[in-house]
Design a protein around this ligand. Structure first.
Ligand code: MGD
Ligand code: MGD
Ligand code: MO
Length: 728
């Protein structure tokens, strides 16, 4: 280490799947390199270690900009902060006074998940608009809308359906059901724990249309399955368990409600179709004998952990996948015991901190689901949305490419009278801004970051001062609050005062440790196990549901009175854009669009170091490629009636026939014909939510239907670029 080098501990605040330690080496105000922790449970992946290239990227936005070209064109001129803030304040007032505050659309999402410089769950932006009189805000859970709803209706008011990762080491069987933490991290310690599980000889099976990195690293068996059909396999497993008498009847009798109704469905008493493995085989593409074997294994290997990933729930009927998984966990008595799993979203308790701004939360604003933001802009009240939006204010999100149906989104962003974006880069969304404000990265400010659902917090030391003219989002909102005459009410705390406020629930000693060591990880005498109390003491600790039980049957779901899409017991429901959809004639391939290894959603897209990790390419089985005459590495067009992208083909047997896969959210770059040269996945996805009720942050629940993401339910066709040229 060179002289005068300071080492500052922090973390990436992006919505990256983990929360690891970054040790930033700073000399004379410049980041020289980034290391990570010794502790294998806190070690950063390539994305975190590449952060220096992100901070110092030559394309960083350096000063406020005003649009000079057309929206989306990317032509801007430099302006001063004074002019930028005056303009934004003037427009906010004008729109509020002309149309009412609900004409302001407050769109913030997950660009930063720290406690202070963040939009989650409720940040400075919504606080400012509430002081001005209100807003329409962007709501919904793009990660796990289906699972969040399933957990709520099955287990009740608790997000904590997950065990500590260490607890996986007590399992005898781990099912990676659409779960790929080798790539998605999902807890910084997960990969370390899974590697130890493998070394310990725990049996690990992956059920996934793709042979994932996780399957390659840890699993003894890969069961490929047709996307969107997992619930059929699960109910067939439940059928086997029931008809072979392998269920834990005492558990079902003591802790659950409505198993009899589920059993009727399994046995076909209502619809005349027993849900046998033979019934499931043609639906799922999984051999009946494999289903029987896995059912027996799962029912007898107690304790067994059914790890449900977010991938299969990001489908048109993803909530049923989650509900069926929970029913299986209940039938086998694997809930609330070490080594088991409640098959929920997987969060364990957090370190208690005071959230910034949440105290100021004003319930009651109208909202729009992230699945429907474009329609809400295009159609407004006439289309059944709560407001006619005139001004769009975007921070912490690249919603044009991260939410579904990009081409429609691009049309929608032409409509508002005024658009403001806070960004670090000229992203596809930022190109639509009228005023574009440069913000700092998380290494240029101090903050605190909890590991979501993982029981520790990290202090984020400011490594360097703000680069160029960048400011924090918080400073920008404070400046605007002053201009709009609500400066005093906005909570004018300094960054330091805010951090003190956030840390208040911790003991002085723990606060000191967090600041000094960068880490506060309260010891747990044994790994946390979700619902342990309810299982050990059902009388003293009922489940937080109306019946006090695990609701395999839910009256609340029944009350929606929509049995075809929201059945009261878990059921296999066919998805739209599945293999038997008439659209499959024209678009015979099912497309998955999951989390990218080399990016965090749309963030880090532009780093050469990370691009070396993996090419951006569409995975296609050699059998499907042969039918289309495609060679490995060849440029192809992937298309459906929503759009066309250009990308390279990667021929690989790691994906089952009939399914193709394209990772995540690259930076949409349409040519004159509208073909996206960046190969951005959401050009191809449909902006149609799954049927689950929309949940709101901060415990606010709403019966409105529709917020579950569906980015893994798509039909497409692929053609070689050369082939197409030759037909013209
Ligand atoms: N097809 C497909 N679509 C998906 C997914 C998928 O798997 N497939 N995943 C979905 C999921 S799970 C999620 S959570 C969403 C994420 O959706 P988003 O939250 O929209 O995506 P991100 O790329 O994480 O971050 C958004 C932007 O925040 C910016 N940013 C970072 N830090 C700051 C800051 O301090 N201030 C401001 N103002 N901006 C900042 C980044 O530059 C980035 O452009 O995407 C969803 N979209
Ligand atoms: N590297 C990286 N890690 C991340 C993120 C990132 O952007 N990049 N984002 C983070 C965030 S915010 C989130 S919410 C999570 C997202 O985490 P996930 O949503 O779980 O990630 P995905 O890769 O979309 O899906 C996981 C697996 O599900 C499989 N899958 C898809 N559809 C089906 C299906 O119908 N059936 C079955 N059985 N399997 C299916 C996919 O092939 C994939 O292997 O990841 C987090 N971690
Ligand atoms: Mo997410």
């Amino acid at each position: 280490m060179k002289e005068n080098t300071q080492i500052l501990s922090t973390t990436c605040a992006n919505n990256c799947g983990g929360k690891c330690i970054l040790k930033v080496h700073v000399r004379q105000g410049v980041i020289e390199r980034i290391e990570t922790a010794e502790d294998p449970k806190l070690r950063a992946c390539a994305r975190g270690r590449a952060y220096r290239q992100y901070v110092y990227h030559p394309d960083r936005l350096k000063h406020p900009l005003k649009r000079t070209g057309k929206r989306g064109e990317g032509k801007f001129e430099r302006i001063s902060w004074e002019e930028a803030l005056d303009t934004v304040a003037r427009e906010l007032l004008r729109v509020k006074e002309t149309y009412g505050p609900e004409a302001i659309f407050s769109a913030c999402y997950s660009g930063s998940l720290s406690s202070l410089h963040s939009a989650f769950p409720y940040g400075a932006q919504n606080r400012l608009f509430d002081l001005l009189g209100g807003k329409t805000f962007l709501a919904g859970n793009a990660s796990a809308g289906g699972g969040e709803a399933a957990g709520y209706y099955t287990y009740g008011e608790s997000y904590q359906t997950g065990n500590d990762r260490e607890d996986l080491l007590s399992s005898r069987l781990i099912l990676l059901w659409g779960w790929d933490p080798a790539v998605t991290v999902l807890g910084s310690s997960t990969r370390w724990i899974m590697t130890r599980a493998r070394e310990k000889g725990i049996r690990i099976v992956s059920i996934d249309p793709r042979y994932t990195d996780s399957a390659a690293a840890w699993a003894q068996e890969w069961i490929p399955i047709i996307p969107g059909t997992d619930t059929a396999m699960m109910v067939a497993m439940a059928y086997v368990i029931l008809t072979e008498g392998l269920q834990d009847q005492r558990f079902l009798d003591t802790y659950t409600l409505g198993f009899d109704r589920f059993a009727d469905y399994l046995l076909g008493r209502e619809d005349g179709t027993p849900k046998t493995p033979t019934w499931a085989e043609p639906i799922t593409g999984v051999k009946a004998e494999t289903i029987v074997r896995l059912a027996r294994e799962y029912a007898t290997a107690k304790p067994a952990a059914l790890q449900t990933g977010y991938g299969p729930q990001k489908t048109a009927r993803g909530d049923q996948f989650m509900r069926a998984g929970m029913a299986l966990a209940a039938m086998t008595g694997n809930i609330g015991i070490p080594g088991g799993s409640a098959a929920g979203n997987g969060a364990a308790p957090n370190v208690p901190l005071s959230p910034a701004f949440l105290d100021d939360f004003k319930p009651g604003s109208p909202y729009v689901s992230h699945m429907k933001w474009a329609d809400a802009l295009l159609e407004g009240r006439a289309g059944g949305y709560p407001s006619d939006i005139r001004l769009v204010y975007i921070s912490f999100s690249n919603l044009l490419v991260t939410f579904q149906n990009t081409a429609k989104g691009a049309r929608a962003l032409q409509k508002p009278e005024f658009i403001v974006v806070h960004e670090q880069f000229l992203t596809p969304t930022a190109r639509y801004a009228d005023i574009l404000l440069p913000v700092t990265t998380c290494l240029e400010r101090a903050d605190i970051c909890r590991a979501f659902g993982r029981g520790y917090a990290l202090f984020m030391h400011r490594a360097i001062g703000p680069l160029y003219e960048a400011r924090t989002d918080l400073e920008i909102f404070q400046e605007l609050a002053h201009r709009l005459g609500v400066g005093e009410r906005f909570n004018p705390r300094s960054e330091e005062e805010w951090l003190d406020h956030i840390l208040k629930p911790l003991k002085v000693e723990d606060r000191r440790r967090l600041r000094e060591e960068g880490l506060y990880r309260p010891p747990r005498p044994e790994p946390f196990v979700a619902f342990r109390e309810q299982i050990e003491d059902p009388v003293g600790h009922p489940f937080p549901t109306p019946s006090g039980k695990i609701e395999i049957y839910s009256q609340r779901l029944d009350d929606f009175n929509r049995p075809d899409t929201i059945p009261p017991i878990p059921q296999y429901l066919e998805t739209w854009e599945g293999r038997s959809d008439p659209k499959s004639q024209a678009y015979p391939l099912q497309l998955l669009t999951g989390a990218p290894k080399r990016q965090t959603h749309a963030t880090l897209h532009n780093l050469p170091w990370l691009q070396e990790l993996e090419d951006h390419a569409v995975w296609i089985n050699p059998m499907d490629a042969q039918k289309r005459g495609l060679k490995d590495g060849e440029p192809v067009l992937v298309y459906n009636d929503r759009g066309t992208i250009q990308v390279r083909a990667r021929l690989t047997e790691r994906i089952m026939p009939g399914v193709v896969s394209l990772e995540g959210c690259t930076w949409y770059d349409p040519d004159e014909e509208g073909i996206d040269r960046a190969g951005s996945a959401n050009v191809l996805t449909r902006d149609e939510p799954s049927s689950v009720p929309l949940f709101l942050p901060h415990g606010l629940r709403s019966p409105a239907i529709g917020s579950g993401p569906t980015n893994n339910t798509n039909l497409v066709e692929i053609i070689g670029l050369e082939e197409r040229e030759s037909h013209r």
